[in-house]
Unconditional design. Structure first.
Ligand code: FAD
Length: 392
């Protein structure tokens, strides 16, 4: 470890690794730090990802792909199912990954590009001078270090502190996040080519329950409910009820807990000498909670903008505005639209969800474009068209 870098990236998830790789490829000196001793472990993810979006960043590798999906089945509260092909089922169900290996592969890509990596290294604060972030304080194996850089990237995930240290408000209310719990289960006899989603107030209030196949007879079986819905009955209680009824013979071989921001975008993701990416910047999809692709897309933009700013000798908030503008014009637009859909979805009663599913159950989604899908949906549900008019 040196005491000075062009860029320090805090957090070696997908956002941090892609940022580090992009910046290092452009010739910048990059330090990527990770507080855990093992990259990607524990997993806090259902591990679904869109194939097309993934290929923009890395060539798929069988070492970290557990299952290849044909599509999704969505079950309404009364059990009516709607089947969708992978291309139109939304961005999160093309492959089911093994993130413990995937996250490492991404870090390895950043190392190949020239980034330096330190695990078991926790950022504990920022060095701020004359209103500029110019490095971090970090703990590594019981010793404190001060490491300087021209830009710090906060890629420290859902529980991000880097933004707050720089005066950016990234706080989340319970209604701004899904609280999730997931079991990795063996002995799950489901169609291994389809992800399953279960919706409804009695199953997963203001969220959904998922079964994502992981190959063999394994699956991620998890649930996310809005934090504000978690009271006496918690996410894990809903999940246990489902498992007891539908998967009585399956065994739990891993338990993961985590939160997903579904708040929509924060007001600002930059400061002098600082950018936030991925979950730290609240860039996950408010409807699905999926955030891997957005984190990688934002990481690439951040790496490019960091390079431009450093070459121009200007790391002020004005110079880093390019990052803010670029991600908001792409990822940000999708998040804003997603927030409208999510706010509508959480108001649906179980009866409305049943009626929606019923109107779509015989539609052949395999042959449909997304526009055809929306048309079919709205033809059957005029009120929905009215509620979502702002999207068109
Ligand atoms: P993370 O992957 O969280 O990485 C942040 C990293 O920063 C971590 O490794 C952490 O240890 C490290 N870190 C934190 N603080 C510090 C510090 N002070 N110093 C050093 N390192 C630090 N998304 C999908 O696309 N598909 C899914 O199927 C999906 N399912 C999900 C299911 C659950 C239960 C949950 C909780 C989330 C799910 N997500 C899913 C969301 C997805 O996991 C995240 O959006 C994605 O991991 C965000 O990537 P990131 O790099 O921003 O953050």
């Amino acid at each position: 470890m040196k005491d000075n870098y062009d860029i320090i990236v805090v957090g070696a998830g997908p956002a941090g690794s892609i940022t580090a790789k992009t910046a290092a490829k452009k010739g910048l000196s990059v330090l990527l730090i990770e507080k855990r001793q093992e990259i990607g472990d524990p997993v806090r993810c259902a591990e679904g990802i869109s194939k097309i979006a993934l290929k923009k960043h890395i060539e798929p590798d069988p070492r970290w792909i557990c299952a290849d999906m044909k599509g999704s089945r969505i079950f309404s509260p009364d059990g009516t199912s709607v089947q969708m092909a992978e291309e139109i089922a939304g961005g999160e169900v093309g492959y089911v990954l093994e993130r413990k290996i995937f996250d490492r592969a991404l870090v390895y890509e950043s190392v190949k590009a020239g980034a330096e990596v330190m695990v078991k290294t926790r950022a504990t604060g920022l060095i701020i001078e004359n209103g500029y972030v110019c490095g971090i304080k970090a703990m590594h194996l019981g010793k404190e270090y001060k490491i300087r850089s021209k830009i710090v990237i906060g890629a420290d995930g859902m529980e991000s502190k880097v933004g707050r240290w720089a005066g950016i408000d990234t706080s989340l209310k319970p209604s701004d996040m899904e609280t999730c719990v997931q079991y990795l289960m063996s002995g799950v006899n489901i169609d291994q080519e389809y992800c399953q989603f279960y919706v409804g107030k009695k199953i997963a209030p203001c969220g959904y329950l998922w079964l994502f196949p992981k190959g063999g007879n394994m699956a991620n079986v998890g649930i996310g409910i809005l934090g504000s819905e978690s009271g006496e009955k918690r996410a894990i209680d809903y999940l246990n009820e489902f498992v007891k009824e539908k998967l009585p013979d399956a065994s739990i071989i891993e338990i993961d807990y985590g939160g997903v921001p579904v708040s929509g975008t924060v007001e600002r993701t930059i400061a002098n000498g600082l950018m936030l990416v991925g979950d730290a910047a609240r860039q996950s999809d408010p409807v699905t909670g999926g955030g891997i692709i957005n984190a990688m897309d934002a990481g690439e933009i951040a790496g490019e903008v960091a390079c431009n700013a450093i070459l121009a000798g200007d790391v002020s908030i004005k110079s880093l505005q390019e990052y803010e503008d670029r991600w908001r014009a792409t990822i940000g637009k999708a998040i804003d639209n997603g927030l409208i859909v999510k706010d509508l979805f959480v108001k649906f009663t179980d009866e409305e969800l049943n009626s929606l599913a019923y109107s779509l159950k015989d539609v052949n989604f395999n042959k449909m474009s997304l526009t055809d899908l929306l048309y079919a949906l709205f033809k059957a549900n005029k009120k929905l068209l009215w509620d979502l008019r702002v999207l068109f």
